[in-house]
Design a protein. Structure first.
Length: 264
């Protein structure tokens, strides 16, 4: 694999944490065996592991396209503009269909981040486009009406700190932690509001993911733990759950990440 080290440096992200909670074998293949799979000199098994790691499903692709739309809606809100949900839906559905057409001929050998493998097709199934399109339509319609967008639109100064931008920080000088909150902004209450857009049903791992974002806020110096408000916004159902976090819970999250058994 050229000059690449055999294994990546110790690091964690919300997706890696979710994989570890789900299955140790999945975690190994996604984090370690896929490493370097993008290189032309990678072995076929590592190439396949990388293609499967970056591969996606119809629901996941729908979720990615909804997140793209929500990021655009935030940009509109920052300029006091009202978003066009209908136009965003048409664009997202068009991208979904284009991916589905390309996926029919995409293999583990030809897949890339720009042309991800369809896991349904890879395993001999079909992409449920109807369900994916329904998800996009309902999530974008509800997302465009989000109270978070309204709060940003009505702010007298730009309150936004991060919109799905990957950032890293170090813990104990050896562990790199990666985080990309969907949205983080200063609310009128003085709290730092960290939003996670969800396009599916509620899962147990959702809380662990937003706790990682709370740790990001503290470690990057954006806010003390007691000033952070975590908001899980389930766009398809329109349900929003919000909660505060304590310094003790942030410390627990930090300790859990530093437990070497959770990283290697």
């Amino acid at each position: 694999m050229g000059d690449l080290p055999l294994w990546p440096d110790p690091s964690v992200s919300s997706s890696a944490v979710a994989a570890r909670l789900k299955c140790d074998r999945i975690y190994f293949y996604r984090v370690f065996w896929s490493w370097g799979g993008w290189e032309r000199t990678a072995s076929p098994s590592r190439r396949r592991a990388y293609a499967l790691k970056t591969g996606t499903t119809g629901p996941q692709m729908a979720g990615s396209l909804v997140h793209e739309s929500m990021a655009r809606f935030v940009r509109d809100a920052r300029h006091a503009r009202t978003s066009n949900a209908e136009a965003a839906t048409v664009e997202a559905v068009g991208k979904l269909r284009a991916w589905a057409r390309a996926a029919e001929s995409t293999t583990a050998a030809t897949a890339s981040k720009k042309r991800p493998l369809s896991l349904e097709v890879y395993y001999g199934g079909d992409i449920d486009l109807d369900h994916a399109e329904e998800t996009i339509t309902e999530c974008i319609a509800n997302g465009a009406k989000s109270e978070h967008l309204l709060a940003i639109r009505e702010a007298t100064t730009d309150p936004v700190i991060n919109v799905d931008v990957m950032e890293s920080f170090q813990l104990d000088d050896w562990l790199t932690v990666w985080a990309a909150p969907d949205l983080a902004y200063e609310g009128i209450s003085g709290r730092l509001i960290v939003v996670d857009w969800k396009t599916g049903r509620s899962r147990e791992t959702d809380q662990e993911q937003v706790k990682l974002y709370a740790l990001w806020a503290v470690e990057k110096g954006h806010a003390d733990a007691d000033r952070v408000l975590l908001s899980l916004s389930y766009l398809r159902s329109g349900v929003v759950t919000e909660g505060k976090i304590t310094a003790g819970e942030v410390d627990e999250k930090r300790a859990a990440l530093l437990d070497r058994k959770s990283v290697v």
